[in-house]
Structure formats: C-alpha cells, structure tokens
Design a protein around this ligand. Structure first.
Ligand code: GTP
Ligand code: MG
Length: 195
C-alpha cells in the first residue's frame, strides 16, 4: 500500500475536486486517529502526540492513487476555565455534512471506556445527516480482552437503543498492529462496490 501525503486544509472549500472516495478517521482528541492511520498505511506520515489536539487541520493522504485516507482533528478537547468550546468544531461538522468526497467515516472510540456522551452525540449527528459510519475501538492492548469485550458489548446495547442495525465495528491496537486487515478489507469492499 503506497500512501502519500498530499495536502492539509483548514476549510472544506480548500479541498480540491479530486474524484476519488475519501475514508476519514475521527474521534475525540487523543483517541489514536493519527496512530491508526500510520498503522494502516505502514508509515509515520501522520503526526502522533501524547498531547491532545495535535492534529488541527484536515490532512489528505492518497493511497495507491485510488482512495484517500483523511486524518481529522479531534473533537471534545480544550475546555478552558472560562469558555466551553463548541463540542464539534465548525471544521468537523462542515466536513462530515458537506464534503463531497466523503465515502465512509470511521469513528474511533477508546476501548477502555464505556460509551461517552460526546461520541454518542456525534454518532447521532451522523445518523441524522445520513453519513455512513463505523466504530473503531482503539488501544485494546491497554487492557484485558475480557474488559474489551465487555465494553464493546455495552456499546452494542447502547447503540441498539437508537438503531435497529449496528454499524460495522472494528477492534484495533496500533501498538500491536491489530485490526489492520479488517479495516483494509472493508475499504476494499467499498471500492469494489463503487465499480
Ligand atoms: P489528536 O490528533 O490530538 O486528536 O490525537 P489522535 O487521536 O490523532 O491520537 P494519536 O494517534 O496522536 O495518539 C495519542 C496517544 O495515544 C499517543 O501517545 C499514542 O502513542 C497513544 N496511542 C495511540 N494508539 C495507541 C494504541 O493502539 N495503543 C497504545 N498503547 N497507545 C496508543
Ligand atoms: Mg491526530
């Protein structure tokens, strides 16, 4: 898989009309989006940081000249004492609701936590807007498989309160390189359907 960084955008109007499907990665700050993108592309193209809020722009990476991997800024970070920032920045809402090339959105959630309101709110926004999405559980290396399974089951039950059908789900660890094949196979399946 040959992945090349092409451009960063601070507004969706800066994204050129490129005609190839975009598969984007989103989630709370620090959930592991950039690490997952590096794991998928077997590269160090996306900047990883222990400090939340590292990725501030929309970054487009072209894969095998066929599809785009899109790294998005995190949501739900930077609450200062005085101002509570908008939960989802304009850049993120613009991208998920208006970007022409967006084909599928992977929403990353930390596998160590029970469902968090901000992630559920975001998925509801996607549901309302009709954006196809899947859930990626990250950092499973940080806990036992039993706990991961328990948290995923809680997630399923929570989502089933709103939806009859569950979105595709992926279990990953960028540290241990888990879940790569499943995500790549999913993307390939979508690309085949396009034809
Ligand atoms: P922002 O761009 O700031 O929103 O963060 P991000 O979601 O891109 O997260 P990033 O990939 O920068 O990772 C955040 C931190 O989590 C870094 O310290 C990573 O090393 C760590 N991390 C990411 N994925 C994993 C994983 O699978 N396992 C472990 N143990 N740590 C991980
Ligand atoms: Mg990042």
């Amino acid at each position: 898989m040959k992945t090349v960084f092409k451009f960063s955008s601070s507004k969706i109007s800066q994204i050129p009309d490129h005609g190839k499907p975009e598969f984007a990665f989103i989630g709370r700050s620090n959930v592991g989006k950039s690490s997952l993108i590096n794991m998928l592309s077997e590269s160090k193209l996306a900047k990883v940081s222990a400090t939340p809020g590292k990725t501030k722009l929309i970054n487009h990476f072209l894969v095998d000249e066929r599809w785009w991997l899109v790294d998005l800024p995190g949501y739900g970070y930077a609450r200062t004492s005085q101002t509570v920032r908008q939960d989802f920045s304009t850049l993120i809402t613009d991208y998920v609701t208006k970007a022409k090339g967006l084909h599928f959105l992977f929403v990353l959630v930390d596998s160590r936590h029970e469902p968090m309101k901000i992630d559920l709110d975001f998925m509801q926004l996607l549901g309302r807007e009709g954006v196809p999405f899947g859930v990626v559980f990250t950092k499973v290396d940080k806990q036992s498989q039993r706990l991961t399974n328990k948290n995923i089951e809680t997630y399923r039950q929570t989502l089933l309160q709103w939806w009859e059908e569950l979105p595709p789900m992926f279990v990953t660890s960028s540290e241990k390189r888990l879940g790569r094949d499943e995500i790549i196979a999913f993307v390939e399946g979508c690309l085949q359907e396009e034809k």
